[in-house]
Design a protein around this ligand. Structure first.
Ligand code: FAD
Length: 335
């Protein structure tokens, strides 16, 4: 029977936050379409994660594990995932729109001759056009840097690969009674071509740093911060809020922050619950990376700055006066 396959992303044998979101949305979509949901887990030694992810609906788990999958590399992972798709006859394959998910999703779609919708921010069901194979999903997808939103759907009988924007789809409720996963281990035969690239080293972000794409709160600084040392103030605000720090391209181009901090069209796409923009004008390329944040707070001394058009709360003022006050008040509230 055709099914939905949710790919649970892990790193260093730990489930990423997006894994819960993808599996939870997979379960919701499977219920709406009347399909089964299965889950794929690929990694070095990941069977121990099975019962954890099963709590969110991934009861049927297909696992490819071994030394070759310890660190993500697109060729072996594509080989493993293609094998799992073949086994499950999956028609819809869901991954996170993370660096790994977008890389793997594109390669998988090419191999399966499947459709691909990247960075999907909403899924509805097309009840008006019910085909021989039942109803299909309608996929909400931002285009032209978020200026327009389009609905896309798969064409023909080929499978469709969908990557979901992190932090947009909610994690399901954990049931009171624990669920056990049914595990099927998949034997993947890797060719020399699959193994031609080897990951030699993984350089992790500094310990304690929150991953921008997974962060629930982000404090970002732009050219209005004036100098790199002034980001200390934003780091302090971020630490008071339990947030990650981001930056506009102007701040990155000036060498104040590395590119991994950049939010926007040519940086990271983020969707936190709270995005605090400090001294950022709100150019369309910046908005492309953060406008789907749930609440946007902007601090800018120019009342006509475009950022105020998308902000839920705007503070017209000097960041060097407003931010220290915010830090003080937040520290008071948080004790
Ligand atoms: P500015 O536009 O210079 O704005 C600084 C703001 O700070 C102003 O609004 C000013 O009023 C305010 N300010 C100054 N002093 C203070 C103060 N003391 N207190 C409060 N406010 C103050 N940009 C991105 O951010 N991300 C991208 O990924 C990205 N990709 C791009 C891709 C392309 C192809 C192109 C052409 C551009 C891209 N850009 C991107 C650049 C983008 O167009 C803007 O140039 C950039 O976002 C501006 O950054 P900024 O808002 O920090 O600086």
């Amino acid at each position: 029977m055709a099914c939905i396959l949710a790919v649970a992303e892990q790193r260093e044998n730990k489930l990423k936050k997006i894994a819960y979101e993808v599996v939870s949305e997979g379960k919701r979509l499977a219920e709406k379409l009347g399909l089964e949901m299965k889950c794929a887990l690929i990694g070095g030694s990941v069977a121990g994660l099975a019962d954890e992810i099963a709590q969110y609906g991934a009861k049927d788990l297909l696992i490819a594990e071994g030394k070759e999958f310890e660190r993500y590399s697109v060729m072996p992972y594509t080989a493993a995932l293609s094998e799992i798709v073949k086994k499950t006859d999956a028609k819809i394959i869901l991954l996170g729109a993370t660096a790994m998910g977008k890389d793997l999703g594109a390669r998988l779609a090419a191999r399966l001759k499947a459709g691909l919708v990247n960075d999907c921010t909403g899924i509805e069901v097309d009840n008006d056009n019910v085909g021989a194979s039942g109803r299909s999903p309608l996929l909400l997808h931002p285009m032209y840097g978020g200026k327009v939103w389009s609905y896309l759907k798969g064409a023909g009988q080929n499978p469709i690969v969908i990557t979901l924007r992190p932090n947009v789809f909610s994690k399901g409720e954990r049931p009171l009674a624990p669920t056990k996963a049914a595990i099927e281990k998949i034997d993947v035969k890797l060719s020399d071509t699959d193994l031609r690239a080897k990951v030699l080293e993984l350089i992790m972000a500094a310990e304690g740093a929150v991953d921008l794409t997974e962060a629930n709160i982000i404090v970002s600084g732009g050219r209005g911060m004036k100098a790199p040392e002034n980001f200390k103030m934003l780091e302090e605000l971020a630490s008071a809020l339990g947030a990650a720090v981001g930056a506009s391209r102007a701040a990155v181009d000036a060498g104040w922050k590395p590119h991994s901090f950049q939010v926007g069209l040519t940086g990271r796409t983020v969707s936190p619950t709270l995005y605090v923009a400090c001294g950022i004008s709100g150019a369309i390329q910046h908005l492309a990376g953060m406008s789907s944040s749930r609440y946007i707070v902007a601090i800018n001394k120019d009342p006509d700055a475009p950022i105020f058009k998308v902000a839920d709360y705007g503070i017209v003022g000097d960041v060097f006066e407003v931010v220290p006050l915010l830090i003080e008040e937040i520290k008071k509230v948080r004790g």
